[in-house]
Write a protein that binds this ligand. Structure first.
Ligand code: HEC
Ligand code: HEC
Length: 93
């Protein structure tokens, strides 16, 4: 056993720690993408241009074409839970 046959690289504690941190970051990213389970607002023309709760409720109120489900929250901030489509043009409400 002489020095020349020693492998150039061996796992040491610092490498294991480093790999552990990378694994933890990847895990957090993967879990983060599945965290939001509420249905997003569809990415269509109607939804890109609806900017107020009143507009939403014309279709999603009890008389609308697609009412909110029974027992749905009466909260006003639709986008707090339903992610708005990319490029949405409204105020944040
Ligand atoms: C002109 C009518 C209309 C308006 C205004 C409208 N929606 Fe919709 N919305 C629909 C219809 C119809 C669907 C279901 C069909 C589809 O997926 O496109 C839908 C689907 C949705 C969905 C997905 C859930 C599902 O049923 O598939 C969400 C969330 C939603 N709308 C939220 C909103 C919010 C928030 C606003 C206000 C910014 C809004 N809508 C404005 C007609 C409308
Ligand atoms: C506190 C969170 C929250 C807020 C605020 C909220 N919603 Fe919802 N909404 C939900 C949840 C939870 C569901 C049912 C589960 C799901 O989306 O799959 C739902 C379901 C819906 C659906 C039916 C989706 C489907 O699966 O068919 C529509 C339409 C909808 N919401 C519209 C609205 C509109 C319009 C507003 C604003 C006036 C609004 N929501 C505000 C949480 C919220």
């Amino acid at each position: 056993m002489d020095e020349q046959h020693k492998p150039a690289w061996q796992m040491n504690r610092r490498d294991i720690l480093f790999l552990g941190i990378i694994a933890a970051v990847i895990l957090l990213l993967v879990l983060g993408t599945t965290e939001r389970t509420t249905r997003p607002v569809p990415d269509d023309d109607v939804h890109l241009h609806s900017t107020s709760r009143a507009a939403c409720m014309q279709c999603h109120g009890p008389q609308g074409v697609r009412p909110q489900p029974a027992g749905h929250t009466r909260a006003d901030q639709c986008f707090q839970c339903h992610q708005q489509p990319e490029g949405w043009q409204g105020l944040s409400r």
